[in-house]
Ligand binder design. Structure first.
Ligand code: BG6
Ligand code: MG
Length: 225
């Protein structure tokens, strides 16, 4: 029986993913690396340092910088990202999300955030929805980033629920992979091809309807695909 929902943040509750990607693209260009759109897309859901390392890998610059220099680059990217976060308001909650959270609360479901972002609490405050969640996984406590299941397993533990009692929401391929590796029911939001591992896929958050998702969840992951 469904008892809880677990949400990625960037690209699911709000479109902060575009700010992350713009800030990374900016840094990459400063380092003389031109990312293709597929390379840029592959950064979705990936932790800060893993993203930087991936960019340096794409630019064949893996061994070019010391770890101090890399820390500076990551800090530089974060400052750019935070400038955008400052402009965020409740208007930046993606379409359909407010209703989804309201319906989940009415249904008595517990809710947790499973975001790789250290800025998640700040963003939730700007959106005015921080108090709607029972828990937020602290990414600093994690050993491995998405697509490793650790963050989704942790979220489920924080809620005190079993694998078959939760539904998890993601916009990133790495995130859907993490949810499935955790053995949970995955809702993918975005490109159907990229997110094909998910149990339920919508193109945009507007299409997220709790009763419809719950009906598919009730059938079990195998039959729903
Ligand atoms: C994820 C984003 O939620 O958080 C990634 O999808 C981002 O793009 C990662 O790199 C880490 O975020 P932050 O805010 O800690 O740099
Ligand atoms: Mg995301």
């Amino acid at each position: 029986m469904l008892k809880g929902l677990i949400f990625d943040l960037d690209g699911v509750l709000t479109d902060s993913a575009k700010f992350h990607l713009a800030a990374w693209n900016n840094l990459a260009q400063e380092l003389g690396i031109n990312l293709t759109s597929a390379q840029l897309d592959s950064l979705r859901g990936i932790s800060r340092m893993d993203s930087l390392n991936l960019i340096l890998h794409y630019g064949n610059q893996e061994d070019k910088y010391t770890s101090e220099q890399k820390d500076k680059f990551a800090e530089q990217k974060n400052e750019k990202f935070l400038q955008q976060v400052q402009t965020m308001t409740p208007q930046d909650i993606l379409p359909g999300i407010f209703e989804l959270l309201r319906d989940a609360q009415d249904a008595g479901l517990k809710m947790c955030i499973a975001s790789a972002s250290k800025n998640a609490p700040k963003i939730l405050n700007k959106l005015g929805i921080a108090d709607q969640f029972d828990d937020i996984v602290d990414p600093a406590t994690l050993h491995r980033g998405k697509p490793d299941p650790e963050i989704y397993v942790k979220a489920q533990e924080l809620l005190g629920l079993a694998t078959d009692e939760v539904i998890s929401f993601e916009d990133a391929a790495a995130g859907v992979e993490a949810i499935k590796a955790a053995g949970q029911f995955a809702v993918g939001i975005g490109n159907r091809q990229l997110l094909k591992q998910a149990d339920y896929i919508v193109t945009t958050t507007k299409e997220l309807k709790l009763d419809e998702i719950m009906a598919v969840f009730a059938k079990g992951p195998e039959e729903s695909r």
